[in-house]
Write a protein that binds this ligand. Structure first.
Ligand SMILES: [Zn+2]
Length: 394
């Protein structure tokens, strides 16, 4: 039994406890929350700072870790995607080593669970070791080509079938993005997921202006991008609404849906999605948005709509590190009006709910094995500052 105390415990599902004590058993399970005065000092582990639950990273592509530093920053999404396609190849050893390193980095940074996109099977051996809990999103796309949907479906379904799940892990089939998945492929994906009710489906959403342009007016850089690859959009009709409306038409509202990026998502878009389903979550990956597009979502839109925001790191191809604290720092730096307690909830409990793991993770609650992180060097207001650090305690 460890009795750990700090200046504050932030359980997340209740108010912060000043001079609180969190008691955990040998396996890290929370067995009690209490106040310091009820214990003899010799029985306590003392820390300066605050204790928060383990972080949940709701959007990662661990299989792209070997491309760290290879793709330029600030180019915009379309040149970024082109670069990834061109530079993805590497030796099996290099890919596996980078995956193991990426996972190690996440653990050291206090992450306990990951929503991870897989196009291929590269991460499956690492995931089998169960050092972290994974929700693997096997990702499908056919570049809006209905006639290719059956073959593309079979290709990625074979990846999905190969993933064996350790206890506490999950998997689902997911569409890549509105601009890359035909209605026929959406429907094939839904048929697989229907066999597992109450799963999570993620989709990249409204990450770059040309994405909305394609769906509003069938113009812009995606039209040129597809033409450059010899892909015809003759059968695609723009329906005059932002891209998320196309996704809502074809996603299943009975599943939890995790919209990822949402850089251009408006209050109206969020309201529409939340009316469409009561289980919508909004993953933000601020450092990846700064890396690729040099832009950020307007977080006020998400506060105004009571949206359940979660935080992701995206991949080491589009980020400098895999660290949820660094993502919180980016938000705190550029949109400092987001309250500290809200930011913590995005990084923990909301993410756990989005991945269906809130039974064990996301809050310091008796019975959970949520992991414990110590945050030190907070700013003068007691929030996240440039020098704030995270240390994994359990
Ligand atoms: Zn992504």
């Amino acid at each position: 039994m460890r009795k750990i105390t700090a200046d504050y415990i932030y359980p997340i599902d209740q108010a912060p406890i000043a001079n609180g004590v969190v008691i955990i058993d040998k396996k890290g399970k929370i067995v009690g929350l209490d106040k310091r005065e009820n214990y003899a000092p010799k029985d306590l582990e003392f820390y300066d700072g605050i204790i928060v639950p383990g972080f949940i990273n709701t959007h990662c592509h661990l299989e792209l870790s070997h491309m760290k530093g290879k793709v330029h920053t600030g180019t915009g999404l379309i040149p970024f995607i082109t670069s990834v396609v061109q530079q993805r190849g590497a030796s099996e050893a290099a890919i596996q080593e980078a995956i193991a390193e990426g996972e190690k980095e996440m653990i050291a940074n206090g992450i306990v669970a990951v929503g991870d996109i897989s196009n291929v099977v590269d991460t499956f051996a690492q995931k089998a070791q169960s050092n972290l809990r994974y929700y693997t999103f096997v990702e499908f796309f056919d570049f809006l080509q209905e006639e290719n949907a059956p073959a593309e479906f079979e290709k990625y379904k074979a990846v999905y079938d190969q993933l064996a799940l350790p206890t506490g892990h999950h998997k689902s089939c997911v569409p890549h993005a509105p601009y890359s998945v035909s209605p026929r492929l959406f429907s094939a994906i839904n048929q697989v997921n229907n066999q597992h009710p109450s799963g999570t489906v993620s989709i990249h959403n409204q990450e770059t202006p040309p994405e909305n342009e394609l769906f509003l007016t069938k113009t812009g850089d995606f039209v040129d991008f597809y033409a450059g690859f010899g892909i015809s959009l003759d059968n695609f009709t723009a329906d005059g609404k932002p891209s998320i409306y196309y996704a809502l038409q074809h996603l299943d509202p009975n599943q939890r849906t995790l919209f990822v990026h949402n850089t251009l998502t408006t209050v109206e878009d969020i309201d529409t999605a939340q009316a469409w389903s009561g289980h919508t979550y909004w993953a933000t990956c601020p450092n990846a948005n700064l890396y690729i597009e040099n832009d950020l979502p307007n977080y006020q839109n998400f506060l105004d709509t009571n949206a359940k925001v979660t935080i992701g790191t995206d991949s080491l191809t589009s980020n400098w590190e895999l660290c949820i604290l660094s993502e919180m720092k980016a938000i705190a730096k550029y949109q400092s009006y987001v309250p500290f307690a809200t930011l913590l909830q995005w990084a923990t409990l909301n993410g756990a709910e989005a991945l269906g793991m809130q039974k064990d993770l996301g809050s310091i609650t008796v019975g959970k094995t949520c992991g414990l992180n110590l945050l030190t060097n907070l700013n003068k207001q007691g929030g996240i500052g440039a020098d704030t650090q995270v240390q994994k305690l359990a």
